[in-house]
Design a protein around this ligand. Structure first.
Ligand SMILES: [Cu+2]
Length: 104
């Protein structure tokens, strides 16, 4: 028998990227994993550390990417924290921040 190591989830891409300076507000947060993952939790906070309500999208446990629609965001700096989980209960969390600039 061969020994099979437990695959650990990792992030392939996420959007907005950490540190992104955006000229217009992002309409969604999207993250792509190396394997199927479901987003369990997402928290978005603004400059004043107030939580911005985000409508959770139904979990898609067989999908290796997750998309969450964001509300209309005013210019400012935002922090986003998310937690994902795979079918084996392996969790993966991420933190990122991005800035929405005033458009002209
Ligand atoms: Cu900026």
């Amino acid at each position: 028998m061969s020994v099979r190591s437990t695959p650990q989830p990792w992030i392939k891409t996420s959007s907005p990227r950490d540190g992104a300076m955006l000229q217009s507000p992002p309409s969604q947060f999207e993250v792509t994993f190396n394997q199927p993952m479901a987003l369990k939790r997402i928290a978005l906070t603004d400059d004043t550390d107030s939580e911005v309500a985000v409508t959770a999208t139904p979990a898609q446990p067989d999908a290796s990417s997750a998309t969450v629609l964001l509300p209309q965001l005013d210019p400012g700096t935002y922090k986003l924290h998310w937690v994902g989980s795979d079918a084996n209960g392996n969790e993966l969390a991420g933190d990122l921040s991005f800035m929405v600039h005033h458009s002209r």
